[in-house]
Design a protein around this ligand. Structure first.
Ligand code: DGY
Length: 422
């Protein structure tokens, strides 16, 4: 297919996945609005329908809680295609119903991009003015609920919050999670996608058990933070939050107060130093920290390269990371979630091997930012070849380039439109 045809197909995917101001990631497998999916998807909409891009973000904030949390799923309408739905999450205080955890906070970065790409920045200023305090409340929720001790690193309390659900980095911490009380649940994802491309049953048991624990504690933020058995300072979410805070600080120059600008500058400095301390010299990347055991999580996954996206590495570290990443791509496509020589590598299974277009988008941005334009260009070229060969799949096998997971996927289409096929 020509690039023009691919772009036409990408536009048609977003239109088909549109449910009225928000976009489902793909039909059936993910029938609601997902937090970080919507951020990337808005960039795709902006390439041909800017007003619709803004709606995507506005509809996401319809799910925001009064404490600032922007949930990972907004259940705008009912569906029997997905598990666990609102009856399991039981966060009934909110309308529309939502899940009770969050996801990587890319949204402020995307709002800045939308504003800067707008042909009519003054015309959209009112929309940004309305979104700004909501984004600030969301970032403050991360700091207050998930870093109450002001360490500079926020924690996730569920693998779903990382967006990288079955990353091998979570295997150790998940062993502390007891089996679920409810054992009769029926997964729906494996009726839409080959089970070999999804998390294993043992992972799902733990995912459900953690949700049961949240419900039992009434979603009380302090109790969740202190009592949940899975508490991890995820390197990827921290890099994404830092980057989004830098972008929010730029928006604050026009839409915020002096006190807010000072607050954001303070947070940026604190986070930057804390992420810098997660450098793992022998591994050539940064690593997450298990806050329950207090130990560094010694796994190598592509998440460890994301501090590039927040401009954290020194020049020498960035060069070392680029060399390491290039090694991961030998004989295959960049950037696998796990390099093929690791015991945990599984080329088809979700976040244990496959290439994800949105991760490539962030890593290429980070490499360019940190003085590594050649590898940045290679990642973009690989992403484009994967899309040309396999279409807008949810993720791709890094060895043979085949498409895996859901098809006609919104964020892959969006990243194609906004970047890879540009
Ligand atoms: C899923 O259901 O697979 C999602 O990743 C959870 O948000």
């Amino acid at each position: 297919m020509s690039v023009a045809d691919l772009k036409t197909e990408a536009v048609s995917i977003l239109r088909t996945n549109d449910r009225g101001g928000y976009t489902v990631p793909t039909a059936r497998l993910y029938p609601y609005q997902w937090n970080w999916d919507s951020g990337f998807t808005a960039l795709g909409w902006a390439t041909f329908d800017e007003a619709r891009a803004w709606r995507e973000i506005e509809r996401l904030f319809e799910g925001q809680w009064t404490d600032g949390l922007v949930p990972h799923i907004i259940f705008h309408q009912e569906s029997s295609d997905y598990f666990p739905g609102p009856d399991v999450w039981q966060t009934s205080k909110h309308d529309p119903a939502t899940s009770g955890i969050s996801q990587p906070p890319v949204v402020a970065t995307m709002v800045r991009k939308l504003l800067e790409a707008s042909p009519d920045p003054d015309g959209v200023a009112e929309r940004v003015r309305a979104l700004y305090p909501k984004m600030l409340a969301y970032h403050r929720w991360w700091w207050q609920a998930r870093d109450p001790e002001d360490t500079g690193l926020v924690v996730i309390l569920h693998p779903w919050e990382s967006g990288m659900d079955n990353s091998p980095a979570w295997d150790g911490a998940l062993t502390r999670v007891p089996p679920p009380r409810r054992t009769d649940y029926v997964r729906r994802d494996t009726s839409h996608v080959d089970a070999a491309e999804r998390p294993r049953a043992a992972d799902y048991d733990r995912y459900i058990s953690l949700v049961e624990g949240f419900v039992e504690r009434g979603y009380e933020a302090g109790r969740l933070y202190r009592e949940t058995p899975f508490r991890v300072a995820d390197i990827s979410i921290n890099a994404i939050l830092l980057r989004a805070t830098e972008d929010l600080a730029i928006l604050a120059e026009r839409f915020g107060t002096g006190a807010e600008r000072a607050e954001l500058a303070g947070r940026i400095a604190l986070m930057r130093q804390a992420i810098a301390d997660c450098w793992s010299p022998g591994r050539h990347l940064f690593q997450s920290v298990d806050r329950v055991s207090g130990e560094r999580i010694d796994h190598v996954t592509s998440a460890g390269f994301l501090p590039l996206y927040a401009g954290v590495p020194t020049e020498a570290q960035a060069a070392e990371m680029a060399a390491e990443m290039a090694r991961w791509g030998e004989g295959g496509f960049l950037v696998p979630t796990v390099p093929h020589w690791e015991a945990s590598f599984d080329s088809k299974r979700y976040w244990r091997g496959p290439v994800w277009a949105v991760v490539n988008f962030m890593l290429a941005d980070g490499l360019a930012r940190c003085g590594q334009p050649a590898l940045s260009a290679r990642i973009r070229a690989d992403t484009r070849v994967l899309i040309e060969r396999a279409g807008f799949a949810e993720y791709f096998d890094p060895r043979d380039g085949s498409g895996r997971g859901g098809g006609t996927f919104s964020w892959t289409a969006a990243v194609g439109l906004a970047w890879a096929l540009e």
